[in-house]
Design a protein around this ligand. Structure first.
Ligand code: FAD
Ligand code: ZN
Length: 486
């Protein structure tokens, strides 16, 4: 089935590859026209721009394997791409082909008794959520890019989001995988088993690997009972330490029902109110920080609003919080979430920002926010700390907005210096400098600096064993230099 490789002129292999791919996939799915490729070459944050030999769009697992085999024969690298929403340049090409998985978008099976859904990598996350919902189940992975990111990308980056507190991140939601390996072989690991002690848990090699070990094209995902009751509150408190005390109380008082505990620094809410049209101030006064807390239960009769109200009243009486508004309707709950989800867009409109996606043990998260805020303010007076995110997971998007009136380019010149300052504090607390978004191109240097050297060595050993020609996503994660292979 494979095309015969005949070495020819220097650019011959590329030309031959494109011809072979067009024969097998159809010319309409091997894009080389710059206009047709434009959407695949742009990158979410505008930090990078791809240069690609072509964008290739297979529709079946066999076609994916064919593309890999053909590329391998000619030593041409492959950059898989899902929804292209990643934030660290992971799906940016530098002369390779971009392998777009979007046409592999079938939901193959939903088994309500096993509580699993079997999907192809190109399914948009929201489509999977909706399919589960129609069957009266919950697929809990939820994040702001859910309307365009794809399951393959979510799994390759081990995405987290707003439900991790209760259900875990992408890594925890997978039972089985199908993967095309760098040599073109297919690993049929599409198991729906909840118990299987027959050796290494191989799927974990590919989850969060950011492609570098194999191309995920199918997955068996876990489903859960659908929440039938919900209570959401927007809470004002004096400081991150007060937010941490509230978290402890809600964990003790609501147990498993606590499914969301998101934090916003005072400045984060200020800029949402300033820049986002139609948003309403949720509380009468301004506070040092805000928490969005959510309880959910599969029991339609659970009185979650009553429980949350009682817990918040006690917290208010004891000075743990300063004010709270309980959502009285689904629309109001949605509006609270809208405030939280608008922070990145509002920050963009506020000017230049330097971002950190970090985690520390939950018990240290308030210490971290305070220590890092102080260190950054001392280094550059007037800098504005836009800390927000998944406080209940110990994961904070510790973003910095430029001082008012400062030139944006001048501020962005501090990027490396602030990264060092913040990541050193994180490392000192036993944390991670990439909690959700991965390494990609953006954090390769940081990985080398902060990752345990033995762990790095093991990662290189695995890469060498599974992709000795460095064909899959070359230049990302482990590679110091980048650029196409061969
Ligand atoms: P892409 O961006 O296309 O690719 C990401 C990486 O995965 C690349 O390295 C790519 O090569 C690789 N890849 C893609 N498909 C495959 C495949 N089939 N097999 C192997 N590798 C593959 N993340 C969180 O964790 N929590 C959040 O709360 C969160 N919020 C976000 C909000 C916004 C507005 C945005 C834009 C992003 C957010 N993210 C968040 C990041 C999000 O997790 C990633 O953007 C998403 O998971 C990537 O999916 P994608 O399909 O767009 O992948
Ligand atoms: Zn996040």
């Amino acid at each position: 089935m494979n095309a015969v490789v005949t070495p020819s002129s220097p650019d011959g292999p590329a030309t031959e590859l494109l011809a072979a791919l067009a024969r097998r996939l159809g010319a309409a799915h091997v894009l080389t026209d710059p206009d047709a490729m434009a959407g695949y070459l742009a990158e979410q944050r505008g930090l990078y721009r791809s240069r690609a030999l072509a964008v290739v769009r297979p529709a079946t697992p066999e076609e994916v394997a064919f593309v890999v085999t053909e590329c391998r024969a000619r030593r041409i690298g492959i950059v898989p791409q899902g929804g292209n929403t990643g934030l660290v340049g992971g799906s940016v090409a530098n002369g390779e082909i971009i392998l777009s998985l979007g046409r592999l978008n079938r939901i193959r099976e939903l088994d309500p008794v096993n509580a699993t859904i079997t999907v192809e990598a190109g399914c948009v996350l929201k489509t999977v959520q909706e399919a589960a919902d129609r069957a009266g189940r919950l697929f809990p992975l939820a994040l702001a890019a859910e309307g365009s990111c794809q399951i393959g990308g979510n799994l390759a980056t081990n995405a987290g989001g707003t439900n991790v507190l209760r259900y875990g991140n992408a890594r925890d939601l997978v039972l089985g995988l199908e993967v095309v390996l760098a040599d073109g072989r297919i690993w049929h690991g599409l198991s729906g088993l909840r118990k299987d002690n027959t050796g290494y848990d191989l799927k974990q090699l590919f989850l969060g690997s950011e492609v570098s070990l194999g191309i995920i094209y199918g997955a068996v995902l876990k489903l859960f009972r659908k929440p039938r009751s919900r209570a959401t509150a927007f809470i004002g408190c004096a400081s991150p330490h007060h937010a941490l005390r509230l978290l402890e109380r809600l964990q003790a008082g609501a147990g498993d029902a606590l499914s969301g505990f998101e934090f916003m620094a005072g400045f984060a809410l200020d800029i949402v109110l300033r820049h986002m049209p139609g948003v309403v101030r949720p509380l009468a006064a301004a506070h040092g920080g805000y928490v969005l807390a959510e309880l959910t239960s599969p029991d339609p009769d659970a009185d979650l609003a009553g429980r949350l109200e009682m817990l918040l009243a006690a917290a208010l009486a004891e000075g743990v919080i300063e004010d709270a508004a309980l959502g009285r309707s689904e629309a109001q709950n949605r509006a609270f979430w809208q405030l939280r989800e608008s922070v990145p867009e509002a920050q963009k409109r506020e000017g230049g920002s330097i971002k950190h996606d970090v985690s520390v043990p939950v018990s240290r998260v308030a210490d971290f926010i305070e220590a890092a805020s102080q260190a950054c303010t001392e280094r550059l007076p007037g800098i504005r700390v836009c800390a927000f995110g998944h406080f209940g997971d110990g994961n904070i998007h510790f973003n910095l907005s430029q001082p008012e009136g400062m030139d944006k380019a001048e501020f962005l010149g501090f990027w490396g210096e602030f990264n060092r300052l913040v990541h050193d504090i994180v490392a000192g607390m036993g944390g991670s400098m990439s909690a959700e978004h991965g390494i990609g191109l953006l954090k390769r240097e940081e990985l080398r600096r902060y990752k345990d050297p033995v762990a790095l060595e093991l990662m290189r050993t695995l890469k060498q064993a599974l992709d000795p020609l460095n064909l899959l996503n070359p230049g990302k994660v482990l590679d110091p230099g980048g650029g196409p292979p061969g």
